[in-house]
Write a protein that binds this ligand. Structure first.
Ligand code: CA
Length: 430
């Protein structure tokens, strides 16, 4: 993929709001999502300004024309089919929709619907979800908390992107409430009890969607990995820390992570992210050399510079019209392992990936305190509670709290590209 006319920062759309400074969805972005059409049937749309372009509608009314295969994929109920077609098809669709929406083209208001009045669904049928642990700052902070006497990083961490197989069935789209889970909790003295999680946390992450997959037995080489990725969403990997602490040894996270993961509805394509890619990820001078299958190809731009912000709003804040409070701000550029390396490692055994599979980055934390990507780190296991403007404190999340993650890319010479938001409210345990 390469920069082309669809990335021109001077390009404008006949959808006026798309041209406003600070808009998440200018014509250079064109992220894909699925909205609820008639009878809640999924319909593919593209975000532009404050509107959703009905892509299937554009095909039906012949406002755009595609090859039969592409037209059929874009008329499906999820993005899986278009994801499976690969970069040439993605590039052609992007160019055609860009042309339809650019300022000089005739207005097509009948193909738009107000984003505020549109219900979004999961963008893809997610067959498999794997979550990684790619932030050195996060892994180091957690290591310091849980193994204060040992090396904070485990011996494997600098050699491979550590991950675990997650649960796809509980991935929900932004706006879906999250019920506080119950589980086995182990008091310091005494046997385990079953009850509502007391240490409910969020994790600021990004999820990369696999586009074209691979045959079982055939790994994806690091140099080809980026071409297998369709796009990126914001991911909140909700975590029950008390459940996690008791259950995680020796096989890793299980029920602490399987009750809910929230994603933003708009998949920002790898093509839209092209102006924000750079070589990386960074390794420190004394880090061990990478094995060949994980060594990034020079100039491939595997690292993506996306900034994310996390806000919390308690029920009391909402009732008193107090605006949400920012908890932290982080960047994906801080990750020590790229999505390419995750995909190359994941498939190095020959494990087949399928269109719509999702790879989670792991909690995105940076070196500063306000760039820590979860409450476990922000409150340092609850030892440093956070003051909210309603007069209460947070060590972990309470019922009624709304957590919102937003994200954007900005770089001189490029149009700003936003991700929208990933939001959910905590409901009491059942
Ligand atoms: Ca995670």
């Amino acid at each position: 993929m390469s920069i082309d006319a669809t990335h021109d920062p001077a390009a404008r759309s006949w959808v006026e709001l798309a041209n406003e400074e600070g808009c998440d969805f200018p014509i250079q972005n064109l992220p894909f999502g699925v909205f609820a059409g008639k009878g809640s049937r999924g319909r593919i749309g593209v975000a532009i300004g404050d509107q959703v372009l009905d892509v299937a509608g554009a095909i039906e009314t012949e406002a755009v024309t595609f090859s039969g295969e592409v037209a059929s994929a874009l008329s499906a109920e999820t993005l899986n089919d278009i994801m499976s077609l690969g970069p040439p098809a993605w590039k052609a669709v992007r160019a055609t929709l860009f042309s339809l929406l650019q300022e000089d083209s005739p207005r097509q208001d009948r193909l738009l619907r107000s984003m505020a009045e549109t219900t979004m669904q999961l963008p893809a049928a997610i067959g498999d979800y794997t979550d990684f642990y790619a932030s050195r700052h996060h892994a180091t902070n957690v290591g310091r908390m849980f193994r204060p006497d040992g090396e904070p990083l485990m011996p494997n961490w600098l050699h491979l992107p550590v991950g675990y197989h997650g649960r796809a069935s509980s991935i929900a789209v932004s706006g879906t409430n999250v019920t506080r889970p119950s589980g086995q909790l182990k008091p310091e003295d005494g046997p385990p009890v079953f009850g509502p999680c007391k240490l409910l946390d969020y994790e600021l992450e990004f999820g990369a969607f696999v586009g074209t997959g691979n045959e079982m037995g055939t790994p994806i080489a690091i140099g080809e990995a980026m071409d297998h990725l369709f796009g990126v969403v914001i991911l909140n990997d909700w975590s029950a820390r008390d459940v996690q602490k008791w259950e995680y040894q020796p096989l890793g996270p299980f029920n602490a992570k399987n009750f809910a993961s929230t994603i933003s509805p708009w998949v920002v394509t790898m093509d839209a992210l092209l102006p924000f890619r750079s070589d990386g990820p960074a390794r420190q001078d004394d880090d061990p050399p990478l094995l060949e299958y994980l060594t990034p190809v020079r100039g491939s731009g595997d690292a993506i510079d996306v900034t994310a912000e996390v806000h919390v709003c308690s029920q009391a804040m909402r009732e008193s019209d107090i605006p949400p409070m920012r908890l932290s701000r982080g960047t994906l550029a801080n990750l020590s392992w790229s999505f390419s390396q995750m995909l190359a490692h994941h498939t190095s055994t020959g494990c087949p990936m399928r269109p719509g599979d999702m790879l989670g980055s792991g909690t995105v934390s940076g070196p500063e305190k306000d760039s820590r990507g979860c409450l476990l780190e922000l409150s340092w296991r609850g030892q440093e509670p956070i003051d909210l403007p309603d007069g209460t404190q947070r060590r972990f999340l309470q019922d009624g709290d709304t957590l919102t993650i937003s994200a954007f890319c900005e770089r001189p010479g490029a149009a700003r590209v936003g991700f929208g938001s990933c939001e959910a409210t905590i409901l009491p345990a059942r």
